[in-house]
Design a binder for this molecule. Structure first.
Ligand SMILES: Cc1cn([C@H]2C[C@H](O)[C@@H](COP(=O)(O)OP(=O)(O)O[C@H]3O[C@@H](C)C(=O)[C@@H](O)[C@H]3O)O2)c(=O)[nH]c1=O
Length: 200
């Protein structure tokens, strides 16, 4: 068919699977001119064109100082959450850990730098513990979730569990009181919240 191409509806994005099934790197295109930049940080229509059908219900925003590490956190099957994470001020090293018992990548981690300048986003299913370390003087992190916050569903995993072995880029991080006593992966596995092949 010939003719005039349909006008482009907004900017596109790339969706790149990682070595861990269920974790995707999302890179939106952006427009830049002398005023600054513009990009669509989320478009339901664009996501559906890429086969991503998720209903986000909550937006979160945190600010942290250099050296802060938050995590690892997840919500169990009572209130499962897909999470779409980005950094809008500064830079973080963002990490997920596969919590699906029986998964070929159980306990394996994936990490990526998310920053205000690279505008990269990380999408993870509910079955992943999530945490990040701040690489800049200050970092602001914004993320969307498909489930509402539910303290009764909160799950925690030790940021420094040697069985996971994340090579964090900061030493002696500043942690919340809660995160300084998080359980190990072995303790999690005694009563896992998620099983490979089952929908959370
Ligand atoms: C996450 C969350 C916390 N809160 C409250 C609970 C508490 O009083 C206060 C601070 O909570 P926290 O210390 O748990 O915040 P924080 O350590 O930033 O928790 C976050 O960490 C990152 C790594 C994640 O993956 C997120 O899902 C979330 O768990 O905010 C909400 O009201 N809604 C929410 O969605």
């Amino acid at each position: 068919m010939t003719g005039v191409a349909a006008p482009k509806q907004g900017m596109d994005m790339t969706v790149t699977p990682t070595a861990i099934e269920g974790v995707f790197v999302i890179q939106p295109e952006w427009f830049e001119d002398e005023r600054g930049f513009f990009f669509e940080s989320y478009s339901k229509r664009r996501w559906e064109q890429h086969g991503l059908h998720l209903d986000f219900v909550q937006d979160n925003h945190s600010r942290s100082q250099r050296g802060v590490l938050r995590g690892f956190h997840f919500q169990n099957g009572l209130a499962p959450q897909h999470r779409l994470v980005r950094c809008t001020v500064g830079a973080i090293w963002d990490v997920v850990v596969d919590l699906r018992a029986g998964s070929p990548t159980f306990g394996r981690w994936f990490g990526i730098e998310l920053s205000a300048s690279n505008r990269t986003q990380l999408l993870m299913g509910p079955e992943f513990a999530h945490g990040f370390a701040v690489l800049s003087d200050v970092a602001e992190v914004q993320y969307k979730t498909t489930g509402f916050h539910n303290p009764a569903a909160e799950g925690l995993l030790a940021w420094n569990d040697p069985d996971v072995g994340v090579p964090w880029p900061i030493e002696d991080p500043t942690l919340s009181a809660k995160d300084s006593t998080n359980p190990s992966l072995a303790a999690y596995l005694a009563n896992p919240a998620f099983h490979y092949g089952e929908t959370a």
